[in-house]
Design a protein around this ligand. Structure first.
Ligand SMILES: [Zn+2]
Length: 308
């Protein structure tokens, strides 16, 4: 009897709680995203009707994730999973398979993206372990916002078709606000069109295309392979040639080699977050791009003023 009363009480309380919410009696859609950037988009689309969390939290390498038992539990209870795709997050597939959630709607955001750098040759292990299906770092392309939002919107509507009106309106408002900021970033970097940059990892082809910046080398000899002495020496020579304006490094890497190269060559080093939440100030996608664009623009301006 006690149990029944407990259940009844819970039901009553839930009903009361439901009545006090603007969305009548609705529980938020449970979303798990591979990266925080997609969780942020899902929550922007959902307003208060989506509760999104991400597998990666903080300043982490997106290619390698240690799978914790709690991740499987979270996905077992989720309604939508949002993956990066293009084999960047092979761990996502392991999580999806292992969570045995037959009703889970899986969104592969990369399915809406036209990939860059798809290998035209047969890829073997000598190519490095990553980027075998093209470059997967498309979320660093401000212009990919619309396709990313549309992919995530479709996933949310698959579980909540009744929310189509509100979710579509939220999605359009999010895109419009983002594009307004994006136009300012383009203006900010416009004086530096054609600047040649070196990065740590090959994260930037989409970003480079958007802002018309040329990425001419990476400190990793191959994606996922740490810098070797021979490769570091070659990069040092390239940086000393005077043709590279800055080193743009993803903040999740160890910065000892890039610091040494900046010190010995005089080329400025810019360390930036490549995920929402990777730095305390990168609270949203907009804030993250602001940090990347401002950091880069400031370094390029300094470099420009030093030129003869
Ligand atoms: Zn990568």
């Amino acid at each position: 009897m006690k149990t029944t009363r407990g259940i009844l009480l819970t039901v009553c309380l839930l009903t009361l709680a439901g009545l006090s919410l603007p969305a009548f009696g609705a529980t938020p859609i449970r979303v798990v995203a591979a990266i925080p950037d997609f969780a942020a988009i899902a929550e922007a689309i959902g307003g208060g009707d989506v509760n999104a969390e991400s597998i990666i939290v903080g300043n982490r390498d997106v290619h390698a994730v240690e799978l914790l038992p709690s991740f499987f539990m979270r996905i077992r209870k989720a309604q939508v999973y949002i993956k990066v795709g293009m084999d960047l997050d092979l761990w996502s597939q392991q999580l999806i398979d292992g969570s045995r959630n037959a009703r889970l709607v899986v969104v592969d955001v990369s399915s809406r993206i036209t990939p860059l750098e798809v290998p035209t040759f047969k890829v073997d292990r000598s190519y490095g372990d990553l980027h075998r299906f093209g470059n997967p770092h498309y979320w660093l392309d401000p212009a990919a916002t619309r396709p990313m939002v549309e992919a995530i919107l479709a996933g949310l509507l698959a579980v909540a078709p009744d929310k189509a009106g509100a979710f579509r309106a939220n999605a359009e408002a999010y895109i419009a606000a983002f594009e307004a900021k994006s136009a300012r970033w383009r203006e900010r970097l416009a004086p530096h069109k054609g600047a040649r940059l070196v990065s740590f990892h090959r994260s930037w082809p989409y970003f480079g295309r958007h802002f018309e910046l040329e990425f001419v080398g990476e400190l990793e000899p191959k994606p996922g392979v740490p810098p070797t002495p021979t490769h570091i020496a070659a990069m040092q020579e390239l940086l000393r040639s005077g043709t590279v304006a800055a080193i743009l490094m993803e903040s999740y890497f160890d910065d000892r080699v890039p610091q040494m190269l900046a010190r010995t060559t005089g080329v400025p080093l810019v360390k930036v977050p490549v995920l929402v939440g990777a730095e305390p100030a990168a609270t949203t996608r907009e804030a993250m791009f602001e940090l990347i664009v401002e950091g880069l623009a400031n370094a390029l301006q300094r470099g420009g003023s030093m030129a003869p």
